[in-house]
Design a protein around this ligand. Structure first.
Ligand SMILES: NC(=O)CC[C@H](N)C(=O)O
Length: 196
């Protein structure tokens, strides 16, 4: 049995809990930093990244989340979660957790297109994944160890760097669970490596 946590400070928590349901997997809602010790993988939901960052500080999550990432346990960040993981944010002096080597731009899809749904090819996951974009960020630049998994109109919208997975859309708002399943497999594999 593996345990996957969903960071529950703000945002689309329940939807991720639903989408992560899988065999031999327990889903835990994370409200306190101590709970990070019991889990094998973690999801950062979408929502509002500046609000989430404020709550991360307020509830003393900052260092524990960084340590969790550095420990090699998988993290999956969606939308605002992607912004939290980035090492650089366009137009801002400071990033948040800086876990993934990538530069992101917030609210990157123009006004008329603030919110839309499309189908995307995601490398190793699906040829036609349903993707809902809501005031979504895009990934402007990636470091050499980052694998681009998907693009939309030439812009990077999903990527992986080792045990970190991220996308700028909301896979948890559809019944297409393939990206979540991919993450659950990443967690199971990382867990196997650790307990070998
Ligand atoms: N749906 C979302 O998570 C939007 C992200 C939001 N625009 C932010 O900057 O945090």
């Amino acid at each position: 049995m593996i345990k996957i946590g969903v960071l529950a400070l703000q945002g689309a928590v329940r939807e991720h809990v639903r989408s992560l349901q899988a065999e031999d997997t327990e889903i835990i809602i994370i409200k306190k930093a101590e709970q990070l010790q019991e889990i094998d993988g973690l999801v950062f939901p979408g929502g509002e990244s500046t609000t989430m960052r404020r709550l991360i500080n307020q509830y003393n999550f900052f260092e524990p989340l960084k340590a969790f990432g550095k420990s090699g346990k998988p993290i999956f960040g969606t939308c605002a979660g992607l912004i939290l993981m980035a090492s650089e944010i366009a137009g801002q002096d400071q990033a948040h957790l800086g876990l993934m080597d990538m530069k992101v731009q917030r609210n990157a899809f123009g006004r008329q297109r603030e919110s839309f749904e499309t189908r995307l090819e995601v490398q190793g996951v699906a040829e036609d994944l349903r993707a809902v974009f809501i005031r979504a960020p895009l990934i402007e630049e990636v470091g050499e160890h980052v694998e681009v998994l998907s693009t939309y109109n030439g812009e990077i919208v999903a990527a992986r760097e080792g045990h970190y997975l991220t996308c700028s859309f909301h896979p948890e708002l559809t019944d297409d669970f393939r990206l979540h399943r991919f993450f659950v497999t990443m967690v199971k594999e990382a867990n196997k490596q650790r307990t070998k």
